[in-house]
Design a protein around this ligand. Structure first.
Ligand code: ADP
Length: 282
């Protein structure tokens, strides 16, 4: 595990990555893309200080009765440890497909996703399951809690199978729900249910926290509370966070904003000043 980098260092690195991605998109490489320095021996954890995921030429084609759907077209992106990315773009532009492939829920048609020495596009089903279980937390629009289990039990579903997870009580304390441990989902507001889902996602201390429209079914105050919880706990566990949203306001809490259109990344922006969820115009 490397020491946290200074804000200025991280920002300089992000600007550099952004510049190289933009030059790649415009077809004018300023220079060779630096290789990962992390070809870790079998079984060793990732040692790259900066880049956690290196995505190159990622394509996803769905074969449907109506013909082929190109959900992702040749996406390149380096994702830095601990950064928050917000993915924007019209419905159907490929954001969820990108998230799902990085999270090991879906397989690419071609291209590469490197996570340390793991090539996610080529690993076996067992390896991808182990990766997902140990390293990825998911938060979806519709909280996906089990209605017949309490908040504590919903979180325990994950903590019991994830290696090195914190206790359900500790995870629920991080999202401000210590006084709701034994409540069932039906006894909680939508925002509280989503915070249980946040606790469930981060209890395993994931390297990657994937949030697909996490505030999509919440009112603005609950949405702010959920985003605050995501931001705080992701910071606590040092997770790299990717948030898909239709709400362009959310983009201002990101380190970088990735815009998708028609399956391609068309713009990568760096926020010079991130704002807190409470400062956002909803
Ligand atoms: P977004 O998250 O930006 O709304 P998606 O990644 O969900 O976009 O979808 C990208 C494209 O891929 C869309 O055209 C969608 O209809 C298509 N798609 C997504 N999943 C499937 C699937 N399982 N089968 C066929 N087409 C799919």
């Amino acid at each position: 595990m490397t020491a946290p980098r200074s804000r200025r260092g991280v920002r300089a690195r992000l600007s550099d990555l952004c510049g190289r991605l933009v030059s790649h998109l415009s077809g004018t490489h300023a220079g060779p893309i630096r290789p990962l320095v992390d070809v870790a021996p079998e079984g060793r954890p990732l040692e790259t200080p900066d880049v956690v995921f290196r995505v190159r030429g990622l394509c996803k084609v769905y074969a449907t009765e109506a013909g082929e759907v190109h959900a992702l077209r040749d996406v390149d992106l380096d994702i830095v440890r601990g950064e928050t990315l917000v993915l924007l773009g019209p419905s159907g532009s490929g954001k969820s497909t990108f998230l799902n492939i990085l999270g090991g829920l879906d397989r690419a048609t071609s291209g590469s996703v490197r996570f340390g020495d793991l090539e996610l596009t080529r690993v076996s089903v067992d390896q991808v399951t182990a990766y997902r279980r140990a390293s990825v937390g998911f938060i979806f629009q519709f909280f996906n809690l089990v209605p017949s289990l309490t908040a504590r039990e919903n979180v325990a579903l994950i903590t019991e199978i994830a290696p090195g997870a914190m206790s359900p009580e500790a995870a629920l304390a991080l999202v401000g729900l210590s006084d709701r441990l034994d409540h069932f989902p039906a006894q909680l507001s939508g925002g509280q249910q989503q915070r249980v889902a946040v606790a469930r996602a981060i209890a395993k201390r994931p390297i990657l926290l994937l949030c697909d429209e996490p505030t999509g079914s919440l009112d603005s105050e609950s949405g702010v509370q959920v985003l605050e919880a995501i931001q705080a706990v992701a910071g606590d566990v040092g997770a790299t966070t990717m948030i898909v949203s239709h709400n362009a306001g959310i983009a201002r809490m990101a380190d970088r904003v990735i815009r998708f259109r028609d399956g391609a990344v068309v713009e990568v922006g760096v926020n010079d000043r991130k704002i807190a969820p409470r400062e956002m115009t909803w």
